[in-house]
Design a protein around this ligand. Sequence first.
Ligand SMILES: *Cc1c(COP(=O)(O)O)cnc(C)c1O
Length: 355
Amino acid sequence: METIQITRAGSLKAKPDPKTLGFGKIFTDHMFLLDYTAGQGWHDPRIIPYAPLALDPSAMVFHYAQEVFEGLKAYRRPDGGVQLFRPGENARRMIRSCERMCIPPVPEEMFVQAVKTLVGVEKDWVPSEPGTSLYIRPFIIATEPALGVHASPRYLFIIICSPVGAYYDTGINPVKIYVENEDVRAVKGGTGYTKCGGNYAASIRAGERAEEKGFAQVLWLDGVERKYIEEVGSMNVLFKIDGTVVTPALTGSVLPGITRRSCLELLNSWNVPVEERLISAQELFDAADSGRLEEAWGSGTAAVISPIGELDWAGRRAVVNGGQTGPLTHKLYDTLTGIQWGTLPDTFNWTVEIP
Ligand SMILES: *Cc1c(COP(=O)(O)O)cnc(C)c1O
């Protein structure tokens, strides 16, 4: 890649109080930009002061949502160093999202180099309070000013960063999940396996309704039969049934989470039996009724592991492990967060240090 041109901000923002960070509300001093022009490819990588963009109101992204994004974090280690968790996986997933959305892919090395360079510039923004991190949001938008429905000949790849608070202020607490029977998130042949904004736009209604009813998240069923479990909110979902960990197979409508994959790799290394397969809501609730549903949790970059204490589906209720976090859920949480924040040895070579 061309050398990344760095223009530093004239004055730096005051760093926020690490205790009141929340999620994605505060942004750092700089952002990364990279242009794409048909015939020329990706060009002009640069880091400039964080500021609003000027885009034509006819820019294609506003009308037809030709957009993809990623999400990863930079973590402050006890020795003061800063590290990323499996950034190459985010780069490769974004390439697969791009292919589906007819967006020219950003090569893996370019993606990782851009993230490393920007986080290097913003190193002081990586907080050190327990559980906090710097959330990194790479995304690509179609910028061509035109209303015809076709692939844009111009794009912008942007990376912004936001210091985020500890997901669990009061300890890791199980959540209540509503099994959504009406709206669906994705169908086979659609865009469910990509990280694109459109998937989220379509998911908001069910999320709002579930929240009104007092649930933390929606559990999505498959878009055709509304029978098989797919994901929970913006997380993958895993269940321990009769000693075996069962998680929905990546059938095309499920997002291939990096946390999900890391859970499966850890479970394999611990010799815990794992099955990636179709699992129906019926099977899950029957397992709960007969006492065989031992644990349930969601997995994703934001929360890492989110234990599920209760599931409600069409008038049926399943309480998991007495509403308490199960031991395997806890072990996964402790191990993943230990590797991410550098308090446990990284025997899988998952972390990448920021020089
Ligand atoms: C990002 C995302 C996940 C989790 O992926 P991670 O790589 O583990 O963060 C799960 N489901 C959806 C719909 C997502 O967008």
